[in-house]
Design a protein around this ligand. Structure first.
Ligand code: NAP
Length: 258
């Protein structure tokens, strides 16, 4: 349990709410040390958590401020965070922009994903400024309340990873939809096609929690049968290039800014 006061601007949104709930459930923070804000100042929260509509009051009462509004909502905030540590979850807004706009002492950019909902996010984070080891450890433990996390060495990692892991379920959902629709096109009944595709992506994906992807692929290819034929067809079409271009396209948007 921490003694730091944490304010989450946008603490009722998709990410902000899931993070707030996990921090409380896991007793990382006391309700009385958590503040959240949104535009209405009302929300269904745990007893003891303060809900505000005045973002500056939240900043003034917090040691650490998490910004969990959408990038396009950031300019309207107009907060003065001088002397504070500001943790931005926003894609496409650089540490220098955040620092110039808020005056924060230290800016941390972190990029969780929608799997915060089930505490399975991967959250890379980058510190622009100087933090003590104790403060770094605190942040790492905070992000670990919603999954796994790593501090990354430079800000470009955040922009690139915004498109890789910040996208969360997007790539598996795309694969799942493609497998299902192609199965339907091949004459498999729709319900069966959808259940089969989802089982592959969800169930098969869970195996990767304990198995090395490359070793798993090698083992499956070694049968020289159905799986090998299917995978060779994909790799023959330069799947790696397609994936690389897709992630770079997203990263370019993150680097350019939103
Ligand atoms: N969702 C994802 O999968 C994902 C993944 C990676 C990164 N991110 C980043 O995380 C951030 C939040 O995304 P999200 O999906 O959680 O968005 P969201 O669900 O739309 O939540 C935005 C929150 O901001 C609040 N808000 C908006 N304007 C405000 C203002 N002026 N003052 C105070 N609160 C305000 C909203 O509440 P009211 O409307 O009630 O004011 C809401 O609670 C984004 O910047 C996004 O780039 C999201």
């Amino acid at each position: 349990m921490t003694n730091k006061t944490l304010g989450i601007i946008g603490g009722t949104g998709w990410l902000g709410k899931a993070i707030a709930e996990s921090l409380l459930d896991l007793e990382f923070i006391r309700p009385s040390d958590l503040l959240i804000s949104n535009r209405s100042g009302s929300a269904d929260v745990a007893p003891g958590v303060r809900v505000l509509s005045d973002n500056q009051s939240l900043v003034d009462s917090s040691d650490i401020v998490v910004l969990s509004v959408r990038p396009e909502q950031f300019r309207a905030l107009q907060i003065d965070a001088r002397g504070k540590t500001l943790v931005s979850l926003m894609a496409g807004i650089s540490a220098s922009t955040l620092s110039a706009a808020t005056g924060a002492r230290v800016v941390v950019r972190a990029m969780p994903n929608a799997a915060v909902e089930i505490r399975q996010s991967y959250t890379p984070w980058f510190v622009a400024g100087s933090l003590t080891d104790e403060e770094r450890d605190w942040l790492q433990r905070l992000f670990e309340c919603v999954g796994t996390a790593d501090e990354v060495p430079d800000e470009d990692c955040i922009d690139y990873l915004s498109a890789l892991s910040g996208t969360g379920p997007a790539f598996p959902a795309l694969l799942c939809a493609a497998l299902a629709s192609q199965a339907e096109a091949a004459g498999i009944p729709a319900r069966i096609a959808q259940r089969a595709a989802r089982a592959v992506v969800v169930g098969g994906g869970q195996l990767l929690a304990t198995r090395e992807p490359k070793a798993l692929l090698d083992a499956l290819m070694a049968y020289r049968g159905v799986t090998a034929a299917a995978l060779q067809s994909m790799t023959g079409q330069n799947l790696e290039d397609i994936v690389g271009r897709a992630v770079q396209a997203g990263a370019q948007v993150a680097r350019r800014g939103l």
